[in-house]
Design a protein around this ligand. Structure first.
Ligand code: FUB
Length: 456
């Protein structure tokens, strides 16, 4: 390796480069509430960060969200993700509770070359949530938190709209909205307040309720955006038992908004869902989270992304959540076929390690169990100029089994018998053909379990 390559490799390792063309896209930590933003031609992801409560010695609520800091991630191809590390910890926030573990859903926008990271946090006085701002000269930080949280705002989940009318609007909580002053650090002087009632208690709420009269039971996580002369307000709310992502449209940033339908259906086993919508290189995407790595505890979540499409009238088509995700998989990188595009026959997916109590093992992921005659299709694998000679298959088989790999049209690429092995091991099979460019793969198996495949 040349010196340059060595330095580059070291720099990438330090920044935390992970390849993940599939869902979930963050694979070494729990992540939730993803806000995706495009800055300087790159996609930046500002999620929140779930840590298992057991790892926070001073946190008494073992069944609740436990969130002490934020990371920022970036990608240029939605396959290779760089973790730029922690950008803000609860102990750095002058107005926040240093042991509140309530660094919930954030957002980040750019104005005049400066990055404004908006985040909710429990206040020092312990009276609910405030929303604060940390600023930086670059999207990846370092970020400096401001001394005080935004005056007049109590609540969670800031979502920012930089509207074509030249103003920036802050949405938060259950769909409330206020215009910000040009400094972005204060709400406009003419922001209305509303008198609300909680039982016998009356209190004042700042801003306009943009979801008034719309389906919005237990709504949170408002994420606004503008497209083609329409304003969109996307938000999770409880339709039956857990959250769905719904959306409403308006001709003005602060409404009135008209409810248009559901973008993403609920998960039965994860109460929250939380979203952002972004256009990157001409394609629209929905970022969201699910408890992929933690089926038994839905406060340990993982960020996913899928493509989103509009109808001609500006309404949004429901998004089909996939395991496959949106990235192109380089044939030289492990293809985790359990993140399939399609599955058939007797094939099924299970955790690689069934031990859910051991959180370090969860990130090992999943395996495909083929049974007597199963198959999976895995779309978009890049074979480049087509110089590949061998397939490497990480498998296990208690009896010995077989595998056949074809392209998406059924053209043979490789096949072979795999000897009995009680432990996972890597088998090598010579290719019968040399696929080129980006193609789909179909893998058919008999009496084997496969963790991953790659080509050399
Ligand atoms: O992540 C903590 C909270 O759960 C968020 O702030 C909500 O939107 C929900 O996802």
């Amino acid at each position: 390796m040349s010196n340059f390559k060595l330095i580059l490799a070291a720099a990438l390792a330090a920044a935390g480069l992970q390849a993940s063309a599939q869902n979930p896209i963050i694979r070494d930590q729990f992540s939730a509430d993803p806000t995706a933003r495009v800055f300087n031609g790159k996609l930046y992801l500002f999620p929140s960060h779930d840590i298992p409560p057991a790892s926070a010695a001073d946190y008494p609520r073992k069944d609740w969200f436990c969130m002490e800091d934020y990371h920022v991630f970036s990608s240029e191809n939605l396959t290779d993700w760089t973790d730029h590390g922690v950008i803000l910890n609860q102990k750095q926030v002058p107005w926040g509770n240093p042991t509140g573990y309530s660094m919930w859903a954030p957002d980040c926008i750019e104005k005049d070359g400066k990055y404004y990271f908006f985040f909710p946090n429990g206040t020092k006085e312990g009276r609910g949530f405030g929303i604060g701002i940390a600023t930086a000269d670059k999207p990846e930080g370092p970020y400096t938190p401001m001394e005080k949280n935004i005056e007049g705002i109590n609540g969670i989940d800031p979502g920012l709209l930089q509207a074509s009318d030249g103003n920036t609007y802050l949405f938060w909580g259950a769909g409330r909205c206020a215009k910000l002053k040009p400094s972005l650090t204060e709400i406009a002087d003419d922001t209305p307040t509303e008198t609300m009632k909680w039982g016998d208690r009356e209190f004042q709420m700042t801003g306009v309720n943009c979801l008034k009269g719309l389906p919005s039971r237990q709504a949170e996580g408002p994420f606004p955006f503008e497209y083609n002369g329409n304003y969109y307000l996307t938000y999770p709310y409880v339709r039956e038992n857990t959250e769905v992502i719904g959306y409403a449209m308006a001709k003005n940033p602060m409404g009135p908004y008209e409810y248009k339908g559901i973008i993403l259906e609920e998960w039965p086993d994860c109460w929250t869902i939380h979203q952002s919508v972004v256009n990157y290189k001409g394609q629209w995407y929905l970022f969201y989270h699910h408890n992929n790595y933690s089926p038994n505890f839905d406060k340990s979540r993982a960020v996913c992304v899928d493509s989103l499409f509009f109808n001609a009238d500006g309404t949004i088509r429901p998004v089909k959540p996939t395991l496959r995700g949106v990235g192109i998989n380089n044939a030289t990188q492990k293809i985790q076929i359990d993140r399939y595009s399609e599955i058939g026959g007797s094939a099924k997916i299970e955790y690689l390690y069934a031990n859910d109590a051991d959180t370090t093992k969860r990130f090992e992921g999943w395996k495909t169990i083929f049974g007597s005659n199963g198959n999976v299709r895995y779309n978009r694998v890049d074979f480049g100029a087509g110089k590949f000679k061998k397939a490497y298959i990480q498998y296990r088989s208690t009896t010995g089994g077989s595998v056949t790999i074809t392209d998406g049209t059924g053209k043979p690429i490789a096949d072979g018998s795999l000897p009995q092995s009680a432990e996972f091991k890597t088998a090598t099979i010579a290719l019968k053909a040399k696929p080129k460019g980006v193609i789909d793969l179909k893998i058919t198996g008999k009496d084997i379990e496969i963790d991953w495949i790659y080509f050399k």
